[in-house]
Design a binder for this molecule. Structure first.
Ligand SMILES: NC(=O)c1ccc[n+]([C@@H]2O[C@H](COP(=O)([O-])OP(=O)(O)OC[C@H]3O[C@@H](n4cnc5c(N)ncnc54)[C@H](OP(=O)(O)O)[C@@H]3O)[C@@H](O)[C@H]2O)c1
Length: 292
């Protein structure tokens, strides 16, 4: 049981986790924290939180579980504002989409990495933002990656795992560096492709006509370009190294594809497409099998 859950950043992710824990009957009290009044009033009306404050220090006072779900750019300030207000026995976790930057921010914000801090990242989301977009099933059958550090207390790690499992997630652990490399490839790079493609097309002279004839495939592929721009700016800045390396490798692949098309090398094209189709089919079959 969580006696007092403090959610710093009651948006899509923070709101969804609070809702999931609440639905499971695992929290007695939820306090929300954010800058704006409107989103927090909405969170109150939706029953996601019981009360709110705009002060991080006041929110975490007396809390036994603190969930930090603000954009990456706001992490350091948030950790710093907690100093001197946390109770003994508290567990603090975050949901930031890049982990090395959060660990750096925690070290700087707290002054040193505390044993009660468990960095985490749910691999779940939508392109919508704010508490209005949150829902308790968001993490069901989805993975949550925890990246515990050398000094992380085992009890804190177990408590965070316990909470995520009750949200319906499958919890895995990996190192901070590995997480950032894997996510650069599987999430951050695809978002760059979607943002880059839509922006490039939108800036073409004939853009109205292009978008008028855009069909299902374009819609599917570019859905993630509707994601929160502030969040994605922060992710690029936070995971700059791994993402730059991945973009470099991908640009070479694209150059190879362009060359193959220019050379009208149908055989090589078929080879690329068949390899990609087989890989995706295998991946989709694997996901379906996991979900039963
Ligand atoms: N969306 C996804 O697909 C996804 C998936 C996995 C992880 N994440 C991570 O989850 C975190 C939150 O993302 P989200 O999608 O839940 O975003 P969101 O819906 O926009 O929620 C973010 C919340 O943080 C508050 N906030 C924004 N800027 C702040 C600041 N400078 N200081 C303090 N609070 C601030 C906002 O409330 P106020 O504006 O009222 O302050 C808002 O309620 C991010 O770190 C993101 O990397 C997102």
């Amino acid at each position: 049981m969580i006696e007092k859950l403090a959610v710093i950043g009651v948006g899509l992710i923070g709101g969804s986790m609070a809702r999931a824990l609440r639905q499971e009957g695992l929290v007695r009290e939820v306090v929300g924290c954010g800058r704006g009044r409107e989103n927090l009033e909405r969170a109150l009306a939706l029953g996601v939180i019981d009360h709110y404050t705009h002060e991080v220090g006041a929110a975490v006072e007396g809390a036994d579980f603190v969930l930090v779900a603000v954009p990456l750019g706001a992490m350091r300030r948030t950790f710093a504002d907690m100093r001197g207000h946390l109770s003994a026995g508290v567990v603090v976790t975050d949901v930031g989409s890049a982990k090395a930057s959060v660990v750096r921010d925690a070290r700087e914000g707290f002054g040193a990495l505390p044993p009660f801090f468990v960095p985490g990242h749910p691999i779940a989301g939508t392109e919508r933002a704010g508490v209005e977009a949150s829902f308790p099933e968001l993490f069901r059958h989805r993975r949550v990656i925890l990246t515990p550090l050398a000094g992380t207390a085992p009890a804190a790690l177990e408590r965070v795992e316990w909470a995520w499992r009750h949200c319906g997630a499958e919890v895995t652990r990996m190192s901070v560096e590995h997480h950032d490399e894997v996510l650069a490839a599987t999430s951050h790079l695809p978002h760059m492709l979607a943002f880059g493609l839509v922006d490039a097309l939108a800036r073409m002279k004939e853009n109205e006509e292009i978008f008028r004839y855009a069909a299902g495939g374009f819609r599917d592929f570019t859905r993630i370009a509707s994601s929160n721009p502030v969040m994605w700016r922060d992710i690029c800045l936070a995971n700059c190294e791994a993402l730059s390396a991945m973009l470099g490798r991908f640009s070479e692949e694209m150059a190879d594809l362009a060359r193959t098309i220019r050379n009208a090398d149908g055989e090589h094209l078929l080879e690329i497409f068949e390899r990609a189709k087989a890989a995706r089919d295998r991946f989709i079959d694997g996901v379906d099998a996991e979900r039963g």
